[in-house]
Design a protein around this ligand. Structure first.
Ligand code: ATP
Ligand code: MG
Length: 428
């Protein structure tokens, strides 16, 4: 084979696209119920948008970005996530002033240079939501509830909400000081990249994937002790509203998430059925300063994103999707019949009847091969027309499951099939 897809990417084949469409359609439906509208932003943005606003100390910016220079020497980056681009678009298009432009959702490919493994790719897909302009903890609880309701409607089980608060920027130095105090005696035992973060950005240590780091973090006092009373109240209200809906959660005192813009609530939805380091299905949180940092007015916001590949992984074994249906397979024998049927197929499709036309031209095997094909395609009916039928102006219509055959004038076929397919659809 001369070419294969680049490492970390994959083709999504028709055997799987049905499931993708199911996930996309279900999330669209659920988002609509909560008043979220779709936005589509470019696949690439200025590199600066991500470096400055995801944060220079994060894994994404340090290791994972696909950055290129265009012919005019501009630095561009394939988007590794959706929140910074959507926030950029929100500001650039003055969406705060437009009715119904505060609750947004997006779906599409993201790009991160990571070590590929099950549930981790270099081109992957996210579906995400952003709610701008509402500082209330109720907005946090609503978005988490929306995620949970959507996943359960998809049929996902064994999910758990992990939740924490990282407070506001004022308490950040206090939190960092506490992390440093706790870790400093063991600092020399930690990996070098963690030691670097100790000075530059100690909170990022909590986000490290290395198991050894987490053994040294065991016993770390709750970072929420350092939060302001307002932040503590915000967090307890989020929990209160989740409880109101009976949504179970686990407070995880070390959860900070891998993006620098988060303030107050951070959360993940994890699945016990996803293995290892890829068990996070969905990640999100509040980001009250991103709009302002991008040059806009102070605008609170909250959002989440989930990985479609991980949802597909979980659903693949659970869901038996309906096979695509084909109403009719058309088998003309001989050139004049073929020409006639080419027009018939055209007419039927315009009438909403799905059909495929056999292009088999060798008369000898035409019928046998065509019937084999009709079976492979699971056609409900097969239409056969040979010279003899053509002379009489009729066709043979065969119901594939029962084997029953009927003769009909060719001109009646659109009407006959319309009635028959209507009857079958009603019976389903
Ligand atoms: P992880 O801890 O798995 O690296 P993350 O914290 O980097 O995830 P986010 O940036 O919050 O993830 O993205 C939200 C979701 O997008 C993740 O929970 C996951 O489902 C999905 N995701 C992230 N990176 C990838 C990837 N490389 N391949 C497939 N899905 C991904
Ligand atoms: Mg990651």
């Amino acid at each position: 084979m001369k070419y294969t897809s680049p490492r970390g990417t994959k083709d999504i084949l028709p055997s799987e696209t049905g499931l993708w469409q199911h996930i996309e359609a279900t999330s669209r439906n659920v988002f609509d119920l909560y008043g979220f509208h779709e936005i589509r932003t470019p696949i690439f943005e200025s590199t600066d948008l991500f470096v400055r606003h995801i944060g220079g100390d994060t894994e994404i910016v340090q290791k994972e970005m696909y950055t290129l220079e265009d012919k005019k020497g501009r630095s561009l980056t394939l988007r590794p996530e959706g929140t910074a681009p959507v926030t950029r678009a929100y500001l650039q298009n003055a969406m705060a002033d437009k009715p119904n432009h505060q609750k947004l959702f997006y779906m599409g490919p993201m790009f991160r240079y990571e070590r590929p493994q099950a549930g981790r790719y270099r081109q992957f897909h996210q579906i995400g939501v952003e709610h701008f302009g509402d500082a209330s903890p109720i907005a946090d609880a609503e978005i988490i509830a929306m995620g949970i309701r959507m996943f359960s409607q998809l049929g996902l089980k064994n999910l758990n909400v992990r939740i924490n608060s990282v407070g506001c920027p004022i308490s950040r130095p206090v939190i960092e000081e506490r992390i440093k105090q706790f870790l400093h005696t063991n600092l020399h035992k930690l990996p070098e990249h963690i030691q670097k973060k100790f000075e530059s950005n100690p909170m990022r240590i909590l986000d490290a994937k290395d198991e050894v780091v987490h053994t040294y973090l065991a016993g770390l006092p709750d970072i929420k002790d350092a939060l302001s009373q307002d932040s503590k109240d915000h967090f307890s209200t989020v929990l209160e509203y989740l409880e109101q809906l009976g949504i179970e959660y686990t407070v995880d005192n070390t959860l900070v998430r891998g993006l620098e813009y988060y303030t107050e609530t951070v959360f993940e939805i994890v699945s016990a059925d996803l293995g290892g380091a890829q068990n996070t299905l969905c990640g999100g949180g509040r980001y009250n300063y991103l709009v302002k940092d991008l040059g806009g007015p102070k605008t609170p916001a909250v959002g989440f994103a989930f990985g479609v590949e991980r949802a597909v992984l979980l659903l693949k074994d659970q869901l038996k999707l309906k096979q695509p249906e084909l109403d009719l397979y058309i088998v003309p024998m001989g050139h004049p019949q073929q020409l006639k049927c080419f027009a018939l197929a055209d007419e039927l499709r315009q009438a909403g009847i799905s059909c495929q036309l056999s292009t088999e031209t060798k008369l000898k095997n035409a019928l046998k091969n065509a019937l084999k094909n009709a079976n492979k395609l699971s056609a409900t009916y097969t239409l056969i027309i040979g010279e003899e039928e053509a002379e009489k102006g009729v066709v043979i219509l065969k119901h594939m499951e029962s084997g029953d055959q009927e003769e009909h004038p060719i001109s009646n076929i659109p009407q006959v099939l319309k009635e028959k397919t209507k009857a079958t659809n009603a019976a389903h």
